[in-house]
Design a protein around this ligand. Structure first.
Ligand code: PLP
Length: 382
């Protein structure tokens, strides 16, 4: 029997043709295809600007740098995420803290955020940036987070790695309605792929200029940005300390081809999620609440009997079902424990993790394979 992974890219002939066309052209690294991809994603999301980079990890780093996050600053995120959502703050030399999740949405708990902000204001230690993560593709309460941002003076970087194509409170994620900067991932397990890749979106031209500058070494060729005079057509200046975080035209061509099928991908993910909801209804587990705007990157469940999670995981893996677990709470990673975090710090994230299991979900998952996943899960649970 075929192995069913938890996630899988969806590559068609049009994707392959788009990549082959770039390979036959004169330009492989960041060039016209990257610019086209940026414009297409910005337009899809209703954002003024987009900058493509080589991963969401790079995108998060540059978003924080553009906001001026540095040593002495503090940033907060959710513990129920991939480590990159927190690491970006450490890369900038800032400190990290977490806000626990809401048990129903598994997203950052906005009431807990407010309570922590009140304590932080009294202690004179407010965060400079908060990084909400749209877990599994379900958007966070961004209007709620925005109003706290306005009241407490922090910036919002939305880690929308799971939520390309999602809609939040009536607007596309990435529109910049509530976030200062939005980050997408185009890793193959995510909603659409460029092989590796990421993007930063924003309506703030100044922030986007910083992101674009730091993506490529901090070098400018624009005389208006230079100190003194340009010395000629060859001349460039390094005016910031940047990186090589560029996306290639090969990747961008794949991204633009994928974007043209994004709505189909989303429709299939949403329909598979609704099928899971129905097929799993009688089993002893919690499902994520339904959300029509979700991009459904993941289909997470939480077993009522957390003590059986390992056995269920192993049973399903042995039966060729590539279940996974999202996420080990970031604060429990050894790197973070060294900073003083410990079990019990964020009980809702820890309780969810204890029984968590991610079922396969991707556009190419057939109805029959999905039924096999449920059948094997059912066997494992009885
Ligand atoms: C995948 C992911 C990232 C990192 O994405 P890359 O493109 O692999 O760097 C960051 N944050 C979250 C929430 C993710 O799921």
């Amino acid at each position: 029997m075929n192995f069913i992974p938890y996630a899988r890219q969806e590559i068609g002939d049009a994707d392959i043709d788009a990549v082959a066309m770039v390979l036959r052209s004169d330009w492989l690294t960041q060039g016209p295809a990257v610019e086209r991809f940026e414009q297409a994603v910005a337009q899809y999301c209703g954002a003024a600007h987009a900058v493509a980079v080589n991963s969401a990890t790079s995108a998060l780093h540059l978003a924080c740098l553009a906001l001026g996050v540095g040593p002495g600053d503090l940033g907060w995120t959710t513990p129920n995420t991939f480590v990159a959502s927190a690491n970006c703050l450490l890369h900038c030399g800032a400190s990290v803290d977490f806000v626990d999740i809401e048990a129903t949405t598994l997203n950052i708990d906005v009431a807990a955020l407010e309570a922590k902000l009140i304590r932080a204001r009294n202690a004179g230690r407010l965060p400079k940036v908060v990084i909400p993560v749209h877990f599994a593709g379900h958007p966070c309460d961004m209007a709620g987070i925005r109003s706290l941002a306005d009241e407490y003076g922090f910036k919002v970087v939305e880690d929308a790695s799971h939520a390309v194509g999602a809609r939040c409170q009536g607007r596309p994620v990435g529109s910049g309605a509530h976030a200062d900067l939005t980050v997408f991932s185009f890793h193959p397990v995510k909603i659409m792929t460029t092989g590796e890749g990421g993007m930063v979106l924003s309506n703030d031209a100044g922030l986007i200029r910083q992101v674009a500058l730091l993506r490529s070494h901090g070098i400018t060729r624009d005389p208006a940005e230079m100190e003194g005079q340009s010395e000629g057509g060859w001349y460039y200046q390094q005016i910031g300390l940047g990186y090589n975080y560029r996306m290639t035209d090969i990747q961008a061509a794949l991204g633009t081809a994928q974007l043209s099928r994004l709505d189909d991908f989303l429709a299939r993910r949403r329909s598979l999620a609704r099928r899971y909801d129905a097929l799993l209804a009688d089993l002893p587990l919690n499902r994520l609440h339904p959300d029509d705007g979700s991009a459904w990157h993941l289909y997470p469940i939480r077993l009522h009997d957390a003590a059986r999670r390992r056995q269920v995981f192993e049973h399903m893996r042995a039966a060729g079902i590539g279940v996974n677990v999202h996420y080990i709470p970031v604060h429990l990673q050894p790197w973070y424990r060294r900073m003083g975090f410990k079990p019990g710090d964020f009980p809702a994230a820890e309780a969810y993790y204890a029984g968590a299991l991610t079922l396969p979900l991707y556009p190419g998952l057939s109805d029959m394979d999905q039924e096999r996943v449920v059948q094997v899960l059912r066997q494992a649970l009885i």
